[in-house]
Ligand binder design. Structure first.
Ligand SMILES: NC(=O)C1=CN([C@@H]2O[C@H](COP(=O)(O)OP(=O)(O)OC[C@H]3O[C@@H](n4cnc5c(N)ncnc54)[C@H](OP(=O)(O)O)[C@@H]3O)[C@@H](O)[C@H]2O)C=CC1
Ligand SMILES: Nc1c(N[C@@H]2O[C@H](COP(=O)(O)O)[C@@H](O)[C@H]2O)[nH]c(=O)[nH]c1=O
Length: 514
């Protein structure tokens, strides 16, 4: 996004003493032009601008929520003060976010968009960049772009990456201001909250060693999630259900209980929104589930059935034949299922179950956030199910208080959301990928023989298209060639009959790139 009034080209980076707020620095272009009169800005105003642009970096990072898992959401906003306007939003010359694993980093995209305007500008990063597999593109992009200052919301949560990029940037002469260390004010606290919220799944995962879990339900104005018959479609309106698709798209998995499968035959897909499709998980102790169900159609999305060890082995086999993965637990309970999801690398899980399983999950302390859609309808019914079953509380003083509550009207419905636990800060240290225990392949005798390896952190992730493991394969002339990843080989195979020249081209490109 070009600035409304681009600064002169060839602006020399300004010297940046650490103690001096960036916007107070006088800066000169190579031609001797004095740049915007930043001294006109008070420290308070510069803090306000910094905080606003940092919040914007967090908002930008949020655009790929659900897609970067298990990596954090990174956003980068590059801005430089303009003479003509005090509106910091208009100072933005480039922005970018990490779209997904294996795609260019936020800093590179922002620097590319800013071009020459990045010289002498400030980069706002919701999170300290992390370098994967020795890749330091984020830092080098900012250095090469001529950034003179970086404002960082949070240090990287991984122990082995924490502080590294900040140190590298500083060693390149870039002034780095970290919120809470170099920048303190109420405005920065709020900006920090945005940075924490955008990576809440990662932080909860680190703090509690389970994925970030959201309980979502739709209820009538008299607090029912279905009629007494169990019929529940639909309580909330179309717009609210559209929002649910978005929530699914931000989650690694969606969970329901067996009863919901029997009564609703749900699909639990993120249809109508492009992008990420979560895994569907059914928790069923009895395994008394229908032979035919939408969830067994694994062409829509992958399905896992979590059950009690030994439950209906014949039915387990049938599910496995359909491509459904069955996982047995010694004692099926929400905490063990969440530990299992943690081991699979999931960052966030959406619970779309009924009240019985919801109560069990809340009691097990695995629910961190609640989304309650309330529709202006009354259904009544003494036995009609409610969003949360028995919690064993009998005094109102025992009620769980939601915090950071938000209210939003969605068409005729009201959405209330709030956290059960405070968002953890970064004091816990997330184990590196190597330290995350692998899933025990013996966990179930009837796991499906279809294995999932789309993402590198799946159990069989080494086969993932993007997994950085070279493969050695013969080409059409039986000549062996080493491909840097399965993705390279796949893409070439896909086109080989049609565009042979492309094969040659991609091979050459691979040789050049690696
Ligand atoms: N309006 C809304 O947002 C929603 C409404 N609903 C409605 O809710 C009703 C179903 O409610 P409910 O039976 O509570 O929903 P669920 O089926 O989602 O949860 C209960 C089932 O989960 C399984 N389960 C596994 N482990 C546990 C455990 N530790 N604790 C509790 N259950 C466990 C059992 O399956 P099994 O019996 O197979 O062993 C149990 O019957 C339906 O009428 C449905 O339409 C459901 C979801 C959302
Ligand atoms: N009834 C009800 C919901 N119910 C939830 O949605 C599931 C159905 O999802 P799908 O088959 O993908 O459309 C169902 O099993 C239950 O978990 N959700 C809502 O947003 N609003 C509603 O009124």
């Amino acid at each position: 996004m070009p600035p409304p009034h681009p600064p002169p080209r060839g602006v020399a980076p300004a010297p940046a003493p650490a103690a001096c707020p960036h916007f107070l620095l006088p800066r000169r272009s190579r031609r001797g032009l004095v740049l915007p009169a930043p001294s006109a800005l008070s420290v308070a105003a510069s803090h306000a601008h910094d905080a606003l642009l940092l919040r914007r970096a967090a908002d930008v990072a949020d655009r790929s929520a659900g897609l970067t898992s298990p990596h954090p959401n990174f956003g980068c906003v590059i801005a430089r003060p303009q003479f003509e306007t005090d509106n910091a939003e208009a100072w933005v010359v480039g922005e970018g976010f990490l779209y997904a694993q294996g795609t260019p980093c936020a800093e590179l995209l922002a620097a590319q968009e800013a071009g020459e305007h990045a010289r002498g500008a400030t980069a706002y990063l919701n999170l300290e960049p992390g370098d994967c597999y020795g890749d330091s593109t984020a830092v080098s992009s900012l250095v090469q772009a001529g950034i003179t200052r970086a404002v960082v919301g949070l240090r990287h949560p991984l122990k082995h990456l924490r502080g590294k990029a900040i140190q590298s940037l500083r060693s390149e002469g870039i002034q780095v201001d970290v919120v809470g260390e170099d920048l303190h004010s109420k405005l920065f606290k709020e900006a920090l909250k945005s940075c924490l919220t955008v990576n809440a799944p990662l932080l909860y995962r680190a703090a509690f060693r389970v994925p970030f879990s959201v309980l979502k339900y739709a209820m009538t104005a008299d607090g029912k999630i279905a009629a007494s018959s169990g019929h529940a479609s639909w309580i909330s309106g179309k717009a609210s259900r559209g929002r649910v698709f978005q929530l699914r798209g931000r989650s690694d998995a969606v969970i329901v209980g067996g009863n919901t499968v029997r009564l609703d035959d749900p699909r639990l897909t993120a249809r109508h929104v492009k992008g990420h499709v979560p895994v569907r998980i059914v928790m069923s102790q009895s395994l008394n589930l229908p032979e035919e169900a939408n969830l067994w159609n694994v062409h829509d999305a992958y399905t896992i059935v979590a059950t009690q060890r030994g439950a209906r082995r014949d039915f387990q086999k049938k599910l496995a034949l359909k491509g459904v993965e069955v996982v047995e637990f010694d004692m099926l309970n929400p905490r063990d299922v969440m530990s299992y999801c943690y081991d699979r690398g999931y960052l966030s899980v959406l619970w779309e179950c009924g009240g019985n399983l919801a109560a069990s999950a809340i009691s097990a302390s695995v629910i961190h956030k609640v989304y309650a859609f309330c529709a202006p309808k009354i259904i009544g019914g003494v036995n009609a199910p409610t969003p949360v079953g028995e919690l064993g509380m009998n005094q109102m003083t025992q009620a769980i208080d939601l915090i950071d509550v938000s209210y939003e009207q969605i068409d005729r419905d009201m959405l209330m959301s709030g956290f059960i636990e405070p968002i953890p800060d970064l004091s816990p240290v997330i184990p590196s990928v190597d330290e995350i225990p692998s899933v025990d392949p013996e966990v179930s005798p009837y796991e499906t023989n279809i294995i999932s390896f789309y993402k590198t952190w799946d159990t069989f992730g080494a086969f993932s298209n993007f997994s950085p493991h070279p493969i050695h394969m013969p080409d059409e002339n039986e000549d062996y060639f080493t491909w840097p990843t399965v993705e390279h080989y796949y893409q070439v195979s896909f086109f080989s009959n049609v565009l042979l020249f492309l094969v040659h081209y991609v091979k050459q490109l691979s040789i050049l790139m690696y």
